[in-house]
Ligand binder design. Structure first.
Ligand code: BYC
Length: 337
């Protein structure tokens, strides 16, 4: 696939030149910026991925957020609070990145709460114990790091730049999760069982976060040709497994996959196949918590309507005030002249 395959067809000579310029920028590993011409397919793919990514950060506040009021100590509460706030920030940078492509934030939110736009499957699983908070940090933020560090080199400037800070924060998130689990593993038998149980529940959904296998990934070819995605879903999934296995050994937990073993010849781990029918079900809205997650997001949006109205009214007042001040200054200058 060439980068031009996503271009609008039937372009005249000028459009042809723009397409060539775009292709050359991609080929040289340089960045496409908001003011640059870009093929419509590139813009649409970016809006789709960035919007889903933003929604994932915002919906992703819920599973752990449920534990803020029940954190077992002030220290854990402060850490968790900071982490969940970071996710809100990530969502906001990403919505801003989508806006540079002409998307409208309010419209994206509508699409999310009406179930017309996706968010990551992983956030549709419940968090019944505090060990889930640790395992989300370790697995989910760990998977996010594997997936998002290469996105710092994504061809679209605003997306790539937003990833730099996001990845730094994800590293803190992963470490706090792993440290929490280390502490629990040094505790009682009941705490160790709680950690193992959370590991058992989150392992396969975490592998599914990377998306369907390469053969069933309809968007990968174009996204990789455009250098939006730098690695395939399966490649990143393999990296995550290789990174996580030694960490599990150090922690003293068992990853729930009987086929998981080191393959000397390949220099990577072999591992079992996730249940892809489960991923399809969860993506299509039938996961354990889909309904609850979207309903809560919708309620928060509706309850926040007065804040948006107040902010809009305040912005309009400020604009009117500064327009009046400007007019007065112009009149004064006119009189003086
Ligand atoms: N869940 O052709 P494919 C975080 C969809 S949040 C749901 O392979 P693509 C955090 C896919 O969208 C980080 N849907 O797609 C937050 C596509 O559907 P459409 C979340 C999925 O885009 C709080 C269809 O399936 N990370 O870290 O080439 C607390 C076919 O897939 C999933 C990102 O968003 C899924 N798991 O590749 C803690 C990373 N997988 O749009 C942590 C950025 C696939 O055609 N996104 N689908 O209807 C990406 O890297 C890529 O979009 C994906 C999918 C690898 C996810």
């Amino acid at each position: 696939m060439t980068t031009s395959q996503g271009a609008q067809s039937g372009g005249d000579g000028a459009e042809q030149r723009l397409q060539e310029q775009f292709d050359a920028t991609i080929a040289k590993d340089q960045r496409i910026e908001p003011r640059d011409w870009m093929p419509e397919g590139y813009r649409k793919t970016l809006i789709r991925q960035i919007a889903q990514h933003a929604h994932s950060e915002i919906i992703g506040m819920q599973p752990e957020g449920e534990w803020i009021t029940r954190a077992p100590s002030l220290r854990r509460k402060a850490i968790l609070f900071a982490k969940v706030q970071d996710e809100a920030g990530h969502g906001l940078y990403l919505y801003s990145a989508a806006e540079t492509l002409g998307a409208d934030r309010a419209d994206l939110t509508e699409r999310l709460i009406e179930g017309r736009q996706k968010y990551s499957s992983i956030f549709n699983y419940p968090t019944p114990t505090f060990a889930d908070v640790g395992v989300i940090g370790w697995f989910v933020d760990g998977a996010a790091i594997c997936n998002q560090v290469p996105l710092c080199r994504s061809s679209y400037g605003p997306y790539a730049r937003s990833m730099v800070r996001i990845c730094k924060e994800e590293s803190f998130h992963q470490r706090q999760g792993y440290e929490l689990l280390m502490t629990m593993m040094r505790g009682t038998d009941a705490q160790r069982e709680m950690v193992q149980d959370a590991v058992n529940r989150w392992w396969w959904p975490s592998l599914m976060m990377f998306g369907p296998p390469d053969g069933d990934s309809p968007n990968s070819a174009a996204s990789m040709a455009w250098k939006i995605k730098r690695h395939s879903n399966d490649e990143l999934r393999r990296r995550f497994v290789d990174m996580t296995v030694p960490q599990a050994e150090k922690l003293g937990v068992t990853l729930p996959d009987p086929e998981l073993r080191w393959n000397e010849e390949r220099g990577h781990h072999d591992f079992g196949t996730p249940d892809w029918s489960e991923l399809k079900r969860v993506i299509s809205g039938d996961g354990p918590c889909n309904e609850q997650r979207v309903a809560r997001r919708r309620a928060a949006h509706e309850e926040g309507a007065w804040v948006r109205e107040a902010a809009t009214a305040h912005a309009a007042k400020r604009a009117a005030r500064s327009a009046r001040a400007q007019e007065a200054q112009n009149t004064q200058e006119g009189t003086a002249a």
